[in-house]
Design a protein around this ligand. Structure first.
Ligand SMILES: C[S@@+](CC[C@H](N)C(=O)[O-])C[C@H]1O[C@@H](n2cnc3c(N)ncnc32)[C@H](O)[C@@H]1O
Length: 382
């Protein structure tokens, strides 16, 4: 279990704004919520004003979204050399969860950084919905009562937040599944006003979210932010401001992460009843910092060392009797998207480990044979 605070429906049920009279009522609301998030996007704002929909969100999307935080930190660990420094800096920051919902990423942050929570940093949970903030408050009070004094809840716009946060303290702006609802311009306004040291976006793992993230990323790089995950900083710094995945025309590919959903039994059961597949969770995490220290670390880690290459796994192509093939984006200054072939006879003892490589993972490898310009046979370092 990657998430230490195991959320099951029993403990969530006790802290909902709305009491569902039975499972059928919960499922009805969940189905409405799901269609508002997918096929009926025009009705997206409806859930913010309904305690039944907010409660359904809390029952299903809170436990299934929250685990992405730990995975994001796991992927990051394989990217940055001095992870301890980065985590320490992150824990030092005031954490600002923009579009907090039922406090999803405030809870994830408190859980992940609980060993640092003696630090006197502050946490701001921001949402435009009073009802959602009420739900968020209940979740924090019940699940992390000892840290509840740390967390402030509010509807602050960027200029209002600027007045209440300390200009002395470093800040981490976290935008989890809310970029599309809040809008790029408004998010950039928060960046402008509070000048965060770290910025994180988590979105669904779709091609449209990827394109949206590349647009806001371009603006952040113009403001001298550096991406530390999933790209290597210099690939996306002007003038190399390009992503090979954006150039794809024939076969649509986009850079995203996919993790295996590992939930309590009742959450898994709910996802089956609601027909919302959570066995594999595609999502996109983009992390930016405005600190050149990490550039050096990312640089050292991402470039070729001892003939080793590093790349981000962006697509699983397939497995045959003889090989496994993946698409990998090479983490060098001139980014290159390549297809790699791993011969099974070379990984006899490690087949299971290679099969468990996730999209978003870092692959460390050496080239054994250049089959064509963008197709290599490789040996992997596990
Ligand atoms: C899909 S939920 C995401 C909640 C949570 N971050 C998560 O990942 O589970 C989006 C949240 O953004 C909030 N939101 C939408 N527009 C907003 C705005 N302009 N300012 C602040 N919050 C907003 C909604 O009320 C909702 O709670």
């Amino acid at each position: 279990m990657i998430f230490s605070m195991k959320l099951n429906l029993n403990n969530l049920n006790k802290l909902l704004l709305h009491t569902f009279k039975d499972e059928a009522e919960l499922l009805k609301n969940l189905s409405k919520l799901h269609s508002n998030f997918t096929s009926e996007r025009g009705k997206i704002s409806e859930y913010r004003e309904s305690i039944a929909l907010i409660s359904a969100y809390t029952m299903f999307y809170l436990p299934t979204n929250i685990i992405k935080f730990k995975w994001m930190m796991y992927f990051l660990q394989h990217t940055i050399n001095d992870v301890a420094k980065l985590e320490n800096d992150m824990a030092d920051c005031d954490f600002i969860d923009l579009g907090t919902g039922p406090a999803t990423y405030v809870l994830a942050y408190l859980d992940y950084f609980s060993k640092f929570q003696t630090k006197n940093n502050k946490i701001y949970a921001i949402d435009c919905s009073d009802l959602m903030l009420k739900q968020a408050n209940l979740c924090v009070q019940s699940l992390f009562p000892i840290f509840k004094e740390k967390v402030s809840f509010g509807k602050w716009k960027a200029h209002e937040l600027q007045k209440i946060v300390s200009s002395e303290r470093k800040k981490w702006l976290f935008v989890g599944h809310s970029l599309d609802e809040i809008g790029q311009e408004s998010v950039l306004n928060y960046v402008e006003k509070i000048n965060p040291k770290v910025i994180t976006f988590l979105t669904p793992g779709t091609s449209s979210s990827f394109k949206e993230l590349m647009i806001i990323g371009h603006e952040l790089r113009r403001k001298r932010y550096t991406m530390i995950y999933p790209c290597h900083f210099s690939c996306l710094s002007p003038p190399n401001d390009h992503c090979p995945l954006l150039k794809q025309t024939q076969e649509e590919r986009w850079c995203h992460q996919v993790i295996k959903g590992d939930f309590s039994e009742d959450v898994t059961r709910l996802s089956q009843l609601a027909s919302i597949d959570r066995r594999y969770l595609p999502f996109i995490a983009h992390i930016y910092v405005c600190d050149s220290d990490y550039e050096t670390n990312a640089n050292a880690n991402a470039n070729t060392i001892d003939n080793k290459m590093r790349g981000r796994v962006v697509k699983f192509i397939g497995e045959s009797k003889a090989d496994i093939q993946l698409d990998v984006c090479i983490l060098k200054e001139q980014k290159q998207l390549v297809r790699v072939q791993i011969l099974k006879r070379d990984i006899r003892d490690n087949l299971k480990r290679v099969r468990s490589i996730l999209l978003g993972d870092t692959l460390t490898f050496e080239i054994k044979k250049v089959i064509s310009n963008d197709f290599y046979r490789i040996g992997v370092f596990l």
